[in-house]
Design a binder for this molecule. Structure first.
Ligand SMILES: [Zn+2]
Length: 549
């Protein structure tokens, strides 16, 4: 992107759209007052390609000889667009500006201009006074009458990548009179609206829409249900003559995500933008990595390469493949999923565990970002998420449901109740952030029962992870239908460690794996308890362990 002549526009397009955006959308900034958005070359290139018009196209709504009307999407060369670029390069604010244009800007093709044709904001309910003079023959645009827009992401946290800058653009820019930020959605003229949706919003998916932005499609997989959601949503757009756009980081080619499917599909009416860095450079080598970053971030003037290097270096410690994808811009295969999608499902069983049963416990704690959870297992090999308290809450705590931090009192109460209700024979607890609580539990329930088990120890962790999978696949172990544990197990990725070992990591900050960790610890505690020479197993008839400590 250092070389602007790389992008040559020799086709008709709605030039009015980028001009409208630069006039109406202000860019949020942490350091200064919002400033007009001026598109980088790559952003302008993606914009003019998305709004590229077919030569001889007919204006939307024109009645055809057979009596049907020309759909708005029919004028465009591209039915949809896919923009693949590295982290922090400016995809979020740019796609927010496209949403603004789709909401109240001149994005619907309205025929080719004749000499003297202009676009006047005043004719379209905007009091900013802006007007645009078309060249003769240039494609003209008009706003949607009733714009219906959806912004899709894997989670609500993730929609903020775009929704955050979008809200600022509306509040600070020249759009506040026509776009109103409400609770969870944005109101547009004529009952139009912009909704943030995730896969949970089943009722909204497939609704007729005029524009869809699908963000981070590299995370949409078959197993998390998002591939289907993305297809359903695109059908909703097609039904209205609307169009869609995908934005994403480079994906893991082992996952067959929506991003990968779009990129590899043979469809000619999809505009794809992905500048891969030169292949001769090694991402593991610091000097060459800098050249790769310089290539990826050229033209994105807000980016400081030292900051990118710092963030990449940190991510490389835990997940070098992800660092190379997110900042290096390459399609690097990760270690892959811990469980394959159907494997975990295959162990599901509806065994009930009565109070008083002998169990082992696994605990993975956190403070304010990750979740905290407890899993139990029986000596018959059944793993489950217990409940506690009068409301029978499952023993999993998401800090965002508890004012941003883990409710330690709740966790203590749950441990207390579990130790009363079951015979807890052994409990393995990851000590990070929870050392003093674990010390208390050991005092109260036995220091041979509650033990610290640090999950960062690669050799131990690797063995426990392998055992968990083999025992489940061989049928020695079953588990309950806890949806959170299933999701966390599905999220867990293998991260390579020296000596052909692996530990577990998250695919990104928003996809948690804590219940998977708690599950492994519970399983491991039980396996160790059974083989501990100090422990005499006297059989289920006696209904007890006797500990000779
Ligand atoms: Zn205006």
């Amino acid at each position: 992107m250092s070389d602007a002549t790389e992008y040559v526009v020799v086709f008709p397009t709605l030039w009015i759209v980028p001009d409208w955006i630069e006039h109406h959308c202000l860019m949020p900034s942490a350091m200064a007052d919002p400033a007009p958005l001026v598109m980088y070359d790559w952003q302008l290139w993606c914009t003019v390609n998305h709004y590229r018009i077919k030569p001889g196209a007919l204006p939307a709504g024109t009645v055809k000889p057979d009596g049907s009307r020309v759909a708005p999407a029919a004028a465009f060369e591209h039915r949809r667009s896919q923009i693949v670029a590295v982290q922090k390069v400016g995809k979020g604010p740019w796609s927010a500006s496209i949403i603004c244009a789709e909401a109240v800007g001149p994005v619907v093709f309205d025929g080719f201009a004749e000499a003297g044709d202009t676009f006047e904001c005043a004719d379209h309910g905007c009091d900013c006074g802006w007007s645009y003079e078309y060249e003769p023959g240039e494609p003209m645009g008009k706003p949607w009458v009733r714009p219906l827009i959806q912004l899709l992401a894997t989670s609500e946290d993730q929609t903020d990548n775009v929704y955050g800058p979008l809200q600022t653009m509306i509040r600070e820019g020249r759009l506040a009179s026509r776009m109103r930020v409400g609770e969870g959605f944005i109101r547009l003229p004529n009952d139009g609206r912009i909704d943030q949706v995730t896969s949970k919003a089943q009722s909204k998916l497939g609704n007729p829409v005029t524009f869809v932005l699908q963000d981070e499609t590299g995370l949409y997989t078959k197993s998390n249900g998002m591939v289907l959601v993305a297809q359903t949503q695109r059908r909703g757009a097609a039904g209205m003559g609307g169009r869609s756009m995908e934005t994403t980081n480079p994906w893991d080619p082992a996952e067959n995500s929506t991003a990968q499917q779009t990129y590899e599909s043979r469809a000619k009416d999809v505009f794809r933008f992905y500048r891969m860095p030169p292949s001769g450079l090694s991402y593991a080598n610091k000097a060459e990595r800098r050249k790769i970053h310089a290539f990826n971030y050229a033209g994105s003037l807000h980016v400081d390469l030292d900051v990118i290097e710092g963030e990449s270096a940190e991510l490389q410690e835990t997940d070098p493949a992800q660092a190379e994808r997110f900042f290096g811009g390459r399609l690097v295969r990760g270690q892959g999923s811990w469980y394959q999608p159907d494997q975990w499902e295959s162990g599901k069983s509806e065994i009930g565990v009565p109070d008083g049963a002998e169990v082992c416990l696994g605990f993975d704690g956190s403070d304010n970002d990750d979740w905290t959870g407890i899993r139990l297992r029986t000596f018959d090999g059944h793993r489950f998420t217990p409940t506690y308290g009068p409301d029978k809450r499952p023993t999993v705590w998401n800090p965002s449901e508890w004012n941003g931090s883990i409710p330690r009192g709740e966790v203590n109460a749950a441990v207390d109740e579990l130790c009363r209700r079951y015979k807890v024979i052994r409990a393995y607890c990851d000590p990070r952030d929870w050392q003093s609580e674990i010390g208390d539990w050991a005092l109260r329930f036995g220091d041979k029962v509650f033990l610290e088990w640090a999950t960062y120890r690669a050799a131990h962790m690797h063995d426990a992870l392998v055992r968990s999978v083999t025992d489940l696949l061989s049928g020695r172990s079953t588990h309950d239908a806890c949806p959170i544990t299933a999701a966390h197990v599905g999220n867990a990725r293998k991260i390579a460690k020296p000596g052909d070992r692996y530990i577990l990591g998250k695919p990104n900050r928003h996809q948690k794996i804590d219940m998977a960790m708690a599950d492994v610890l519970a399983w491991e505690a039980g396996e160790d308890a059974k083989t501990d020479p100090k422990m005499l197993w006297i059989g289920r008839a006696a209904d007890n362990f006797v500990y000779f400590g």
